[in-house]
Design a binder for this molecule. Structure first.
Ligand code: GDP
Length: 467
C-alpha cells in the first residue's frame, strides 16, 4: 500500500445501513475546499476556507440547486487532526440514500474514495501515531469485551511503544559506541564497556521475556480463550458444541445487526470470549480420536486453556477414572479441565450423582449434563466464566496482544542472545554490531520505525473503510 499524499480522500465513517445520523469524512489538502464548494451555510457569513479550525457549521449540502441534506460540518486543520492533514467531518441524516449521494458528490468534486484504513495509514505516515498504536486503534474498534477494550486503549496511548522506545534507546547508545570503535579499529580501543553491555542486554532480554509472557493472556483477551472439547467417539462432543453455539446464537440474534457468521465458533459469556478450537474435527463425527490419529487430537488439546472432557453417564466410575488417568497425562497443569458426565438423561439419577461425586472427590471439576436435552448447560457456562476470568496483575502495565509483536520480540531476543554469546567469545565490535542492529530492527518493526509496504498493506487492509 503506497500513500499518495496529494489526494483528498473521502469515506462514510459510520457503519453501513440506516442510522439517526451518519458521518462522512474527508482528509487531504483539498478537504475544506471541496466541502466549501458544496456547502451553503444557514447564516451566510464566511466561506469554510475562511472559518477558524475546530469549529462546527450548520447548513446544507447542495448538488447544484438541489438541497441534498442539512448537515453539520466540523473543521480540523493540519497538523492537529486525526490524520495530520486537513480533515472535514460531515454529520448528515443517517439515510442510506443521503450517505451515498453525499459521498458521490464529494467524489465528483475531486475527492477519492478511501481505501480501508487509509485515514489511519495517513496518521501513521504523518507521524501522528506509530504502527503499534495504529494496530491498537483497529483492536479497540474490534474489541468485544471490557478487558480487550482496556488493553487496546493502553496500547493506543503508547503502552508497548514507550516500553520498546526505552529499550531501543539504551541499545542505540551502545551501538554508537561500538561504531566508534570501528572507526578506530587499528588502535584496538574499546569505548563500549563489555560488562555494561552484557548487563544491559540481559536486562533487555528479561524485559522482552516479561512482555512475551503476557502474550498467551493477551491473545486470549483479544481472540478469545481457547477451549477444546475432547472425549471418545459418540460421547456427544459435536452435540455439546452445537448446543453451546446455538444458545449463543439465540442471545446474539436478539441484538439487532449482529450475526453469528462473523464470530463463528466463538461464544461470549459474562464479558469473556471463548473460542472453540479446531471445531471442524469435532463437527465431523468421522474425525474422531481414532480416525485422525491420537497425536493430532492431542495437538489441538495442547492449544487449549480450557479442556472440556466428555464421558458417558452409562459408564461405571472405574471406567471413567481409568479413562481420565490416561487423558490427564497429556495435559499440563496450566490447562483447566472440566469433566462432563454427558447423556445423564440415559442413566439413573443415583448413578449420575454417584459418578459425579466420585469424580469430585478425586479432585476433578465434574458436572453432569445432557448436551442433547440441554440440561445443566447454564451451570457449564458459569464454570467456563469462572475459569476463563483473566486477571491482569497490577504490576503488569503492558500486555502483548498482537502476534506480529510477539514474533518480533522473539526474534529480537534471538539476536540479543547472539550478542551475549559473541561477548562471551570476545568477538570483534563489527560482528557484535551486526547482531545488535538486527535486534534493533526487530524491535523497530513493532512500532513501525522499520517497516515495509507488504506489512503496512496487510495491517491497514484489516481496518474498516472510513477509519
Ligand atoms: P461425538 O462423536 O462425540 O461428536 O458425538 P455426537 O455429538 O455426534 O453424539 C453421538 C450420539 O449421541 C448422537 O446420536 C447424539 O444425539 C447422542 N447424544 C449426544 N448427547 C446426548 C445426550 O445428552 N443424551 C442423549 N440421550 N444422547 C446424546
Amino acid at each position: 500500500m503506497t500513500l499518495n499524499n496529494t489526494t483528498t480522500i473521502a469515506a462514510i465513517a459510520t457503519p453501513p445501513g440506516m442510522g439517526a445520523i451518519a458521518v462522512i469524512r474527508l482528509s487531504g489538502s483539498k478537504a475544506i475546499e471541496i466541502t466549501d464548494k458544496l456547502f451553503r451555510p444557514v447564516k451566510k457569513k464566511k466561506s469554510l476556507l475562511e472559518q477558524a479550525p475546530y469549529t462546527i457549521h450548520y447548513g446544507s449540502i447542495m448538488d447544484g440547486n438541489r438541497e441534498v441534506d442539512q448537515v453539520l460540518v466540523s473543521l480540523f486543520k493540519a497538523p492537529h487532526s486525526y490524520t495530520g492533514e486537513d480533515v472535514v467531518e460531515i454529520s448528515c441524516h443517517g439515510s442510506v440514500v443521503i450517505q451515498q449521494q453525499l459521498l458521490e458528490l464529494f467524489v465528483r468534486n475531486g475527492a477519492q474514495l478511501a481505501q480501508p484504513g487509509e485515514f489511519t495509514l495517513r496518521a501513521f505516515m504523518n507521524g501522528k501515531i506509530d504502527l503499534s498504536q495504529a494496530e491498537a486503534i483497529a483492536d479497540l474498534i474490534a474489541s468485544t469485551n471490557e478487558t480487550a477494550r482496556r488493553v487496546a486503549l493502553n496500547q493506543m496511548r503508547g503502552g508497548i511503544s514507550n516500553k520498546l522506545a526505552e529499550l531501543r534507546n539504551e541499545l542505540l547508545k551502545f551501538t554508537a559506541l561500538v561504531e566508534l570503535e570501528l572507526d578506530f579499529s587499528e588502535e584496538d580501543v574499546e569505548f563500549a564497556d563489555r560488562t555494561e553491555l552484557t548487563n544491559l542486554i540481559s536486562t533487555i532480554i528479561a524485559e522482552i521475556d516479561k512482555l512475551s509472557a503476557t502474550f498467551s493472556q493477551g491473545n486470549a483477551i483479544k481472540s478469545g480463550i481457547p477451549v477444546t472439547i475432547a472425549g471418545k467417539p459418540n460421547v456427544g462432543k459435536s452435540t455439546l458444541l452445537n448446543r453451546l453455539l446455538n444458545e449463543e446464537k439465540a442471545i446474539v440474534s436478539e441484538i439487532a445487526g449482529t450475526t453469528r457468521d462473523t464470530i463463528e465458533d466463538t461464544i461470549h459469556l459474562g464479558g469473556i470470549n471463548f473460542r472453540f478450537i479446531d471445531t471442524a474435527g469435532i463437527r465431523h463425527t468421522t474425525d474422531t480420536i481414532e480416525s485422525i490419529g491420537i497425536e493430532r487430537a492431542y495437538n489441538k488439546i495442547e492449544k487449549a486453556r480450557i479442556v472440556l472432557y466428555l464421558t458417558d453417564a452409562l459408564c461405571t466410575a472405574n471406567e471413567v477414572i481409568e479413562e481420565l488417568n490416561e487423558f490427564t497425562k497429556r495435559i499440563t497443569s496450566s490447562q483447566k479441565l472440566i469433566v462432563l458426565v454427558n447423556k445423564e438423561d440415559k442413566s439413573t439419577q443415583n448413578h449420575v450423582d454417584e459418578l459425579t461425586s466420585v469424580l469430585n472427590q478425586k479432585g476433578y471439576n465434574a458436572l453432569a449434563i445432557s448436551a442433547k436435552a440441554g440440561h445443566n448447560i447454564d451451570a457449564l457456562q458459569q464454570m467456563l466464566i469462572d475459569l476463563g476470568k483473566i486477571d491482569i496483575p497490577e504490576n503488569v502495565d503492558v500486555i502483548v496482544t498482537n502476534v506480529r509483536h510477539y514474533n518480533a520480540l522473539i526474534q529480537a531476543r534471538e539476536s540479543l542472545t547472539q550478542v551475549i554469546d559473541g561477548l562471551k567469545a570476545n568477538i570483534s565490535g563489527d560482528l557484535l554490531a551486526v547482531d545488535i542492529y538486527q535486534a534493533l530492527d526487530y524491535l523497530g518493526e513493532i512500532t513501525g520505525e522499520i517497516s515495509n509496504d507488504e506489512v503496512l498493506g496487510y495491517i491497514f487492509s484489516k481496518f474498516c473503510i472510513g477509519k
